[in-house]
Unconditional design. Structure first.
Length: 636
């Protein structure tokens, strides 16, 4: 009896669509090759290929060209009906120089290379100029409004549009809002650069109120401040609270980014006028946001601030909550006092995702109940699927968190000030369904004890994505009275006469720990993969930081040149084939690092240079010290 050969064109469309869906999940770039294999594959993959589109605006001419090409491509592929989501980025201002427009792609996060590493973080330049009224409100049918005609035509060609993500630095034009109302009344508007520009006028400009109260408005991200760089007071936070309370009928997700921008001392004022409210706000409604993110620079999120939000939206409806953050160095956070207030006054029955930044707030006053307050805060919230905690965490806090949330957590991020290496086994035991983990690991010269830490991750059966912060600092010097490392005679000497604690051996360890090359990155992956049980590890990200940082000393600058050059960060991904263990390895932030090295001095401080070359002697053909180093291999 002969067998029937089954080919993809002979399969029902629904089956081929399921195959295409699997291809996208495993390796999206392969989806485009799949769509070109046959007409049947193209039909099945069209929805996935064209479901999400993005367009970046640089100028008027480029906008028309790009939009026209996009429309032409969609009609040629007969796929306009497949588009469900479109994102608009960039800026379009006819009478403004390009250099006058804030470009988030040029912020310090991207210049430093951290944007490639911290892709999920929403970090911003704090010290830049920020002006609320930076451009006049666009009038309907004006030249500025008509310049958006290509985008309006594009939206008219997309019958299935469900989400418009507006991440453009220019104000959303009236013609675009009208197109949403008339052509896509059910489309959700995600306005990621939303703000009122005319609140100081007493009554906001009518178009701004039309946009703010639009039934299309679903999500806003709002940059605000107390006083902007022109000295004008900003009331955007107050206004958005009233939108959340019901003025914006379908608003469900709000992100507040509270800046502390540049402002000359002569313009500073502490007497802010009272908020007069938006037209139509009677102050009696309470909204039902599902997502709220309150982020800022420095300071604290205080009970009064949360109490104000609780008057405008019912926290019981929240599914996603972010409290604190926005800066790597000085993020705002929750004090023990605020955590105690939350535990007593708020309820979160539907919360699934929680991101919090903690602070002891004990610089001037002792806070003996910090641990107790933190534990009561976490225990007041029901089971979570995703949790991220940044800041000081004593052992009892970590125990309470893992005991309370561990069984249901699928994604966990710990970024404490304390060591976490001894907690990995506990996380493995108490978080059985954990799929994503981000956690710091203290470097220890690639020793056998460090290798054992990497092996522990292999025992996490559900783990698929791992983000390790390789911490190269030594926080015990000058802080821990029991710290007394055993160095050889030469390394026992002080590295610099002006430092009391840093010895030559400490500098040697800092350099060795900072050296993370591709060979070491691959070895860490292999150690984890070889010991992996359950599901295979799909991705490993390594962020190397704090090289040469010591507690209570200012000598780190001398080491930083070498440490930063050797502190490479890596992304390792498993290639999408079941019959191979091949991986793809990429250095993250490579372009920024190489730019910095070209612009900075190629010489090392003399003490550091001697210690450096005692570890890595000069190679025969090396051009400078940067060619001589390599990571210490992991010890078994």
């Amino acid at each position: 009896m002969g067998t029937t050969k089954i080919t993809i064109p002979s399969l029902p469309l629904e089956i081929v669509q399921q195959i295409a869906d699997c291809v996208e999940i495993v390796h999206r770039p392969s989806l485009f090759a799949f769509s070109l294999a046959s007409r049947a594959c193209h039909r099945a993959a069209a929805f996935l290929v064209f479901r999400k589109l993005s367009i970046t605006i640089h100028n008027r001419e480029g906008l028309r060209r790009d939009a026209d090409r996009l429309v032409e491509t969609l009609f040629r592929a007969d796929s306009a009906r497949q588009v469900q989501n479109i994102t608009i980025k960039g800026a379009l201002r006819l009478n403004t120089k390009r250099t006058d427009i804030y470009n988030p792609d040029e912020c310090w996060l991207r210049r430093s290379g951290l944007a490639e590493i911290l892709v999920d973080e929403e970090l911003m330049d704090n010290s830049r100029r920020y002006v609320v009224y930076d451009e006049r409100v666009i009038e309907e049918s004006s030249e500025e409004d008509m310049a958006w005609a290509p985008i309006v035509s594009l939206l008219q060609a997309l019958p299935g549009l469900r989400d418009l993500v507006y991440d453009c630095q220019s104000q959303l034009p009236p013609s675009l809002l009208r197109a949403l109302h008339e052509q896509h009344p059910l489309c959700r508007l995600h306005h990621l650069t939303f703000r009122f520009r005319t609140l100081l006028w007493g009554v906001p400009y009518p178009y701004e109120m039309e946009l703010a109260t639009s039934p299309s408005l679903y999500r806003v991200r709002v940059t605000c401040t107390y006083q902007d760089s022109d000295g004008d007071f900003d009331f955007n936070r107050d206004a958005v609270m009233e939108l959340a309370a019901g003025l914006a009928p379908n608003l469900k997700e709000v992100t507040i980014l509270d800046l502390n921008p540049y402002l000359s001392s002569s313009q500073r004022s502490v007497r802010k006028p009272s908020w007069q409210g938006l037209p139509g706000c009677i102050g009696e409604g309470t909204g039902s946001l599902t997502s709220l993110s309150l982020k800022g620079f420095e300071g604290f999120i205080r009970p009064a601030q949360l109490q104000s939000w609780a008057k405008h939206t019912d926290f019981a409806h929240l599914q996603h909550l972010v409290l604190g953050g926005l800066s790597l160095i000085f993020p705002c956070g929750l004090s023990g006092e605020t955590m105690e207030w939350i535990a007593r006054n708020l309820s979160f029955p539907y919360l699934k995702t929680l991101v919090v930044y903690l602070t002891r707030d004990d610089t001037f006053i002792e806070r003996p109940h910090y641990n107790e307050n933190a534990i009561s805060f976490f225990q007041a919230i029901n089971s979570l699927e995703e949790l991220s905690i940044n800041g000081p965490m004593e052992p009892q806090i970590i125990d309470a968190v893992l005991n309370h949330y561990g069984p249901t957590l699928k994604k966990l991020r710990f970024n404490p000030m304390e060591h976490m290496s001894d907690r990995i086994v506990q996380i493995q035991a108490q978080c059985p369904v954990l799929e994503e983990l981000a956690i710091p690991v203290m470097r220890n010269k690639s020793s056998a004890s460090e290798t054992e830490i990497y092996k522990c991750f292999g025992k996490m059966k559900s783990l698929r994505f791992l983000f390790l912060t390789l911490d190269c600092a030594n926080w015990r010097i000058g802080r821990d009275p029991t710290y007394d490392p055993c160095f050889n005679e030469g390394d026992q000497e002080l590295a610099w006469i002006h430092t009391k604690n840093v010895k030559r051996g400490n500098v040697r360890e800092a350099l060795i720990n900072s050296a993370v090359d591709e060979t070491l990155a691959r070895s860490i992956w292999e150690i984890i993969a070889e010991n992996k049980t359950g599901r295979r590890l799909e991705q490993l990200k390594l962020w190397t930081k704090n090289g040469g940082n010591f507690a209570s000393t200012a000598s780190t600058y001398a080491i930083s040149t070498a440490a930063k050059s050797m502190s490479r960060s890596w992304l390792i991904k498993r290639l999408p084939r079941d019959d191979t263990e091949d991986i793809a390895v990429k250095e993250l932030g490579q372009c920024a690092r190489e730019t910095h090295e070209r612009e900075s001095s190629k010489k090392l401080e003399c003490v550091v240079e001697r210690i450096y070359h005692s570890i890595w002697p000069r190679k025969k053909d090396s051009k400078n010290w940067r060619d001589d180093w390599s990571s210490f291999p992991l010890e078994s």
